[in-house]
Design a protein around this ligand. Structure first.
Ligand code: AMP
Ligand code: GLY
Length: 424
């Protein structure tokens, strides 16, 4: 089967590498892909948000299946457009992708169906939001309703900070229309867990759990980023908590979407916080997480393409999804300065990779036959091992063999997970 993958980051590189292992995979196209993905797929320079362009390439190349992974095209209806053109897809339709596309929608869904989440209020008027914030408890959390490149949630410690955030989102519109409505949410505490799952709208099959490291600097300091590294599994996510999440969160969510006439098929991502009152939903994503996918898929033993076809066809079974009992770690190498200002265009020296290693490229392009940096997050150095400690050490050893000028990485990916493991 010839497959088209929409997107061009480290996550898509991991998806493509996993699809390539499938018995039935034929040619793979990446739209737009990147300089690193070009080693594993034919990259076609069509933007992930150019829906008409994507449909045109799918038709022209006569692809048999499409996988849509980024949030923007999903929320814009890329799957609807491809399916209407006769191309079967992995990914939710626009109606279902709203679970990520609107935080007000997902909050209302959770309230209506009794799914545990932080208490919150919705505001469309900045003056009313400010009034509410005058007597709020701090810290509190302000979230833009729509997509905001992962930067739409701001934790504020005082009324002054809250007022500034409201003005930025609602008046200056730093996130465009995404900030026209905001949620003001109760601040929760506890370990965070990412659980990616496959669902065909009937059953939910969770993948191995993972832990993201969102802040730019060690010890979770510095600005929020798209993710500086991940480990899987997440030691806080015990079998007991997993069973509780299935019963109180995963199945109720899939059933709620069905009841709303918005059946979700694809990868449903649960961003959870394990609070003293039990697991609560921090966010839903309508897609694979980045960089969670870079540690989850290397542990997948089953055929990803077969799973995706079953999800699309409504015939998913739990036994189709098997994970290795080992662990994985991804260390992101970024350009110094990310997520603010950074320089690009530096040549990258890539080492040979072993059987338990992978390099998933996010921000690099080919220039005069040389792979050079082109983004903030440049690549992820990934390793698997029997133990979490082994995976963390191996991922850092691999990262140490990759070179480009101005490379920056966190030095503590996995440290918190290893400490948690030590306590068990
Ligand atoms: P989101 O964009 O909703 O994923 O939020 C980004 C990050 O903000 C999360 O990973 C959490 O670390 C933090 N966060 C979001 N909502 C809350 C909340 N209600 N309480 C505490 N932290 C939160
Ligand atoms: N790693 C968080 C996300 O993909 O949204």
């Amino acid at each position: 089967m010839d497959i088209l993958v929409v997107g061009g980051g480290g996550r898509e590189h991991a998806v493509i590498k996993a699809l390539k292992k499938s018995r039935r995979a034929g040619k793979i196209y990446a739209l737009p892909g990147n300089g690193g993905i070009a080693a594993d797929a034919e990259c076609v320079p069509v933007k992930a948000t150019d829906i008409a362009g994507i449909v045109a390439i799918a038709r022209e190349r006569n692809v048999d299946f499409a996988v849509v992974t980024p949030d923007d095209p999903l929320v814009m209806g890329c799957v609807d457009a491809l399916e209407a053109a006769g191309v079967p897809c992995f990914g939710p339709t626009k109606d279902a992708a709203i679970i990520e596309g609107s935080k007000v929608f997902s909050k209302n869904l959770m309230k209506k169906y009794g799914i545990p989440t932080a208490a919150s209020e919705v505001f469309t008027d900045p003056a009313a939001a400010e009034e509410y914030l005058r007597t709020a408890h701090y810290p509190t959390v302000i979230k833009a309703d729509g997509l905001a490149l992962g930067k739409g949630a701001v934790i504020v410690g005082s009324f002054d900070e809250a007022q500034k955030t409201i003005r930025e989102m609602m008046v200056d519109k730093v996130f465009g229309a995404s900030g026209e409505r905001v949620l003001i949410e109760e601040f929760l505490t506890g370990p965070e867990v990412s659980v990616l799952s496959f669902t065909d709208g009937k059953i939910v099959v969770p993948m191995v759990s993972s832990m993201d490291h969102k802040r730019a600097k060690d010890n979770d300091e510095g600005l929020n980023t798209g993710g500086m590294g991940t480990v899987a599994p997440n030691p806080y996510y015990t079998p007991e908590i997993a069973a509780e999440c299935m019963e109180k969160i995963f199945l109720p969510t899939v059933r709620a979407m069905n009841a709303e006439g918005r059946t979700f098929k694809g990868c449903l991502y649960f961003g959870l916080m394990l609070t003293a009152d039990g697991p609560k939903v921090i966010e839903y994503n309508c897609r694979f997480g980045d960089p969670e996918t870079q540690v989850v898929l290397p542990l997948l033993q089953s055929d990803l393409l077969e799973i995706m076809l079953a999800v699309r066809g409504g015939s998913l079974r739990p036994d189709m999804v098997r994970f290795s009992p080992g662990a994985a770690c991804c260390v992101v190498l970024a350009s110094e300065g990310y997520p603010k200002k950074y320089e690009t265009g530096y040549p990258i020296t890539m080492p040979e990779v072993g059987a338990n290693e992978a390099i998933y490229v996010a921000g690099a392009k080919f220039e005069n036959g040389q792979l050079v940096t082109s983004g903030g997050r440049v690549l992820g150095a990934v390793a698997t091992a029997d133990t979490l400690k082994g995976a963390v050490d191996a991922a850092y050893a691999l990262a140490g063999r990759i070179h480009f000028e101005n490379a920056y990485m966190r030095r503590d990916i996995g440290r918190r997970a290893l400490m948690a493991q030590g306590k068990q």
